[in-house]
Each structure stands twice: as structure tokens, then as C-alpha cells.
Design a protein around this ligand. Structure first.
Ligand code: 5AD
Ligand code: SF4
Length: 491
């Protein structure tokens, strides 16, 4: 599950402020026209977008919490709204429709939306329509109407394909509109997507999750796995390349469990190679991979095709086989380490990142030591670590031996200190090395830029050039801290 990595990398940059634009893309693979606006055919450029809008309906504000899947869902939701004639605004105050795309992976994330909704309680009946989308919507369902009666729309991600109909009901004045079914085999494909980043395009290839990890609410909130047809994915990739996107990031909770529903039955590794073959595409990423489905052919594809980025996000969750069993992760520590050895066997150095949960019910000091020794064994390039948070509708909710909060915090601190040491050592080896960067950020400071390497490190660098956004440049690393790399453009 993706954004954790991006959030982490943004954190690694030391919080520098960078700005990016946004772009609207139309999906040539989609022929649906269920919400009544003219179909946007292949090759419709962003500048022509106005022509496919229906009559103006008002303004919307959309705030997104959580992972990259949610970010990308929001890009598609925004596309649906723009196509219906809404205009996007930057603040809830100036919006007639306010939407929150929510995350419920941990309790803190889920609480955020209720504090946002609370801000509106005092101002209810001012005519604005408020909607809750995403995982909290699915998790809480109609309970949201009880806790926040000023909400009119509650819609989980598995129902987004019905969003145009649901919006039509909201526009007709219906105060209680829900989209909460998860028994769907549809993926959320939109005729128009309003993408936030003009160079890197997210593309969901598989939605939902069938893995049933005992701590995780995602199978409940996002429903069963549904893979998108390979021909539709490849058509959209070609169109994105035509529009100037050079980097594509394929998304899925378990992206490498992709199962092509068409007769072509493309394997995930074949899909990666086919995406990379699209003229104009220079980088292909994918996240998040599940260790069980990570197979040699993916490494072979990375070896064969340099456009496939040398980064794999492979969440381990724990280094203790006993805890992994309780988490129902479907692999042991040894089996996970075999996958790592397979990736390390690639011809290029591949950066590996992970997610870890501490304080799972029954986790002992010995289990934690196993996790710490796994960090030593793997030497991850980055780690995203969390205190176990009990979630509704999950098997681990009923487990005894809960770990006290203070103890979870202590374990998290120990784990993060270990990873900090590993990163200090890793970063030190990078000083003097030159990387190719896709420049995606310009600092407010004169001549300061930022971009990602193929291995998904952020480097903040200096350059005397004026127009670098969206370009690929060579950057030599000149300095490193535990959390960030600094560099200068190489001649
Ligand atoms: N508590 C803490 N962390 C969790 N994650 C998923 N569910 C929980 C939970 N209940 C973490 C996992 C996953 C990442 C996105 O969030 O590490 O990989
Ligand atoms: Fe959650 Fe496990 Fe599915 Fe990831 S693989 S989304 S952690 S159930």
C-alpha cells in the first residue's frame, strides 16, 4: 500500500516546499457515457476539456487522506465532477460541494474525517452539500449520517463506478445518498481524470484485496480483488505518453497479484514490459507488492528493461514467523528472505523498502528482536513503521494480549533508531554518485530543485538552469543526512 512510501520520501526531503501543476487527461479506453456528458474520445487534450463539460453546476472542494490509491481515486472523482460541470476550488469555504476521500487504515486516520466533519456541524443548513468517500465511508456506512447529520453522500471506493448516478441524486436534493456495495466485479474507470502531477501518472491496475491479513481493514473497505483489462491499461498508457507523461506508476493494494481478466491473460511481468514499450514512457513503477506473489519473472523483467524502475516496495510487517502467522501474512521470515535474495540477485541494484507494524497482539521482546535482526539482514532503503491499531471488521480485533500504547511507542522508537543507523550508512555511500532524476519540484529558493531517482530517492539539488520541471537530469550527490540527499546538477 503505496502512499506510505511517498509520505516517507517527502518527509525525507526535510519538508521543502515544491510546487507542481495539474493536468486533465481523458481515457480513450472508456466508452461509458452514463452521466450524460459527451464522450471524450482518444487524443482529446486538456485544452479541449472545456468542450466536453456539461452546464456549470457549482464548485467542489475535495480533500484526500491516506494512500496513493486514494490520491488516484480522487483524481478520477475530480474528473467525474469536472465533466459534470463543477469547478474545483481550493478551500471548503468557497465550495458548494465538499468531499472528503477518507482513510481508515489506522484509527488516527479515520478520526481525522470526523474532526473535519465536526468543523461543519455548527454551520449546517447553509446549503452546502457534504460527502464522505472512501474507506471510512465504507467502514462506517450510514452511521456517518447519525454522527454528522449534515452529510448527504456516503460512498465507498467499490461503488465509485456509480458515482455519476449518486451525484445526480444529490443534485436532485436527496439528503441521504449511499453507495456501499462491495460485491462488484467492476474497476473504477473514468472518461476523464484530473491528474495532480503532469509528469508522473498513477494508474490503478487492480482494486480491492483478497489477502485477509488479520490486522487490515482494506479487504472490508475496498472489497475483493478486481483487475483491470490489460488492453484498457495499455491504451491509457499510450494516451498518457502522447500527453507528455513520461513516468507511470501502476497501483494496487497487491499490485503484483494482477490477474488479467481478458483472454490475453497477461502476467504482471508481461504487463510491466508492455507498459514500458509505450513510446514516450521512460519510467515504470509499481506499488505495493505482496511478498507471496513476488516471482522471479518480475526480477527478470527489471533485468531486461531499464525503464522498469529499480525499486520494490515489499512490506514485511514483522520479522518473526510467529507474528507473521498470527497476522496471516502467508509467508515465513525465511520465505520472505528468499524473496529478498531473489531481488538482490538482479543485475541492477534494486532499492527495497518496507512497512512494519510493531505491537501486534502477543508480540514479545523476542519477536521484536527478530524484526530488528531482519532490518540488519535486509538493509532497507526506507521503512514505514506503524504502531498496531485495532480496526473494526478485522480478525485481530478479537485477539487477546494487547500491547499497551506506551510499550508500542517504545518499540517503534527502537525500530526507527535501528533503521536510522542503516540509512545513515547507506546514504554515506551515495555521496559522489551521479543519479538520473526526473525533476518534479521547484523550491521557492532560487536555483533549488527536487526530483526522484529511478530507485525512488528524492534528491534536493541546485542548478543554474531555468526550466527543469519535467526534465530528466544527471545529479551528483554532494551531501547526505539520515533522511535526505543533497546534490548538484552534473555537467
Ligand atoms: N495497524 C497499524 N498499521 C497497519 N497497516 C495496515 N493495517 C494496520 C493496522 N491495523 C499498515 C501496514 C500496511 C501499511 C499501509 O499500513 O504496514 O502495509
Ligand atoms: Fe491489507 Fe494485507 Fe491486503 Fe495489504 S495485503 S491491503 S495489508 S489485507
Amino acid at each position: 500500500m503505496g502512499k506510505t512510501f511517498d509520505i516517507g520520501l517527502d518527509r525525507l526531503t526535510g519538508g521543502a516546499q515544491f510546487s507542481i501543476g495539474s493536468a486533465i487527461t481523458t481515457n480513450p479506453g472508456t466508452t461509458k457515457n452514463e452521466d450524460g456528458f459527451a464522450h471524450a474520445g482518444a487524443g482529446v487534450a486538456a485544452s479541449q476539456f472545456g468542450a466536453i463539460r456539461s452546464a456549470s453546476r457549482g464548485t467542489f472542494f475535495l480533500e484526500t487522506f491516506g494512500c496513493q490509491m486514494n490520491d488516484h481515486d480522487s483524481e478520477k472523482v475530480a474528473g467525474v465532477l469536472l465533466a459534470r460541470g463543477y469547478t474545483q476550488v481550493e478551500s471548503p469555504e468557497s465550495a458548494s460541494l465538499i468531499l472528503y476521500n477518507t482513510c481508515s487504515i489506522r484509527e488516527k486516520a479515520a478520526q481525522k474525517v470526523f474532526s473535519r466533519l465536526g468543523e461543519f456541524g455548527v454551520q449546517q443548513n447553509d446549503g452546502r452539500v457534504i460527502g464522505v468517500l472512501g474507506c471510512v465511508a465504507q467502514q462506517e456506512g450510514e452511521e456517518i449520517f447519525r454522527r454528522a447529520p449534515w452529510v448527504s453522500l456516503v460512498c465507498g471506493s467499490a461503488s465509485y463506478s456509480k458515482l455519476p448516478e449518486l451525484l445526480a441524486q444529490v443534485e436532485a436534493g436527496n439528503q441521504r445518498v449511499t453507495g456501499l456495495d462491495t460485491d462488484t466485479d467492476e474497476t473504477f474507470e473514468t472518461p476523464v481524470t484530473r491528474r495532480d502531477n503532469p509528469w508522473r501518472a498513477y494508474l490503478t491496475i487492480i482494486e480491492g484485496c483478497d489477502k485477509a491479513c488479520s490486522y487490515c481493514v482494506v479487504p472490508y473497505t475496498r472489497g475483493p480483488e478486481r483487475s483491470r483489462a490489460s488492453d484498457s491499461i495499455l491504451r491509457e498508457v499510450r494516451q498518457l505518453a502522447d500527453l507528455g507523461y513520461s513516468e507511470v506508476q501502476l497501483l494496487g493494494q497487491t499490485v503484483n497479484s494482477y490477474a488479467d481478466p481478458t483472454a490475453r491473460k497477461m502476467r504482471f511481468s508481461e504487463l510491466l514490459l508492455a507498459v514500458a514499450d509505450a513510446p514516450g514512457i521512460r519510467r515504470v513503477r509499481f506499488t505495493t507488492s505482496h511478498p507471496r506473489d513476488f516471482t522471479q519473472d518480475i526480477v527478470d523483467a527489471i533485468d531486461r528493461q531499464p525503464k522498469l524502475c529499480n525499486h520494490v516496495h515489499l512490506p514485511v510487517q514483522s520479522g518473526s514467523t510467529r507474528v507473521l502467522r498470527a497476522m496471516q501474512r502467508t509467508y515465513s521470515r525465511e520465505e520472505y528472505l528468499e524473496k529478498i535474495a531473489m531481488i538482490r540477485g538482479a543485475k541492477r541494484a534494486v532499492s527495497i523498502t518496507t512497512d512494519i507494524i510493531v505491537g501486534f497482539p502477543g508480540e514479545t521482546d523476542a519477536d521484536l528482536r527478530e524484526t530488528l535482526s531482519l532490518l540488519d539482514a535486509v538493509k532497507y532503503d526506507a521503512m514505514f513503521s506503524f504502531k498496531y491499531s485495532p480496526r473494526p471488521h478485522t480478525p485481530s480485533l478479537a485477539m487477546s494480549d494487547a500491547i499497551p500504547e506506551e510499550e508500542k511507542s517504545r518499540r517503534l522508537a527502537v525500530l526507527q533508531e535501528k533503521q536510522r543507523e542503516i540509512q545513515v550508512a547507506r546514504h554515506a555511500t551515495m555521496v559522489g554518485v551521479t543519479f538520473e532524476l526526473l525533476v518534479s519540484g521547484k523550491s521557492r529558493r532560487e536555483n533549488h530543485w527536487s526530483g526522484h531517482t529511478s530507485c525512488h530517492r528524492v534528491i534536493n539539488f541546485t542548478s543554474q538552469e531555468r526550466a527543469l520541471l519535467g526534465k530528466y537530469v544527471q545529479v551528483r550527490v554532494t551531501g547526505a543526512t539520515p533522511n535526505s540527499l543533497l546534490g548538484e546538477q552534473a555537467p
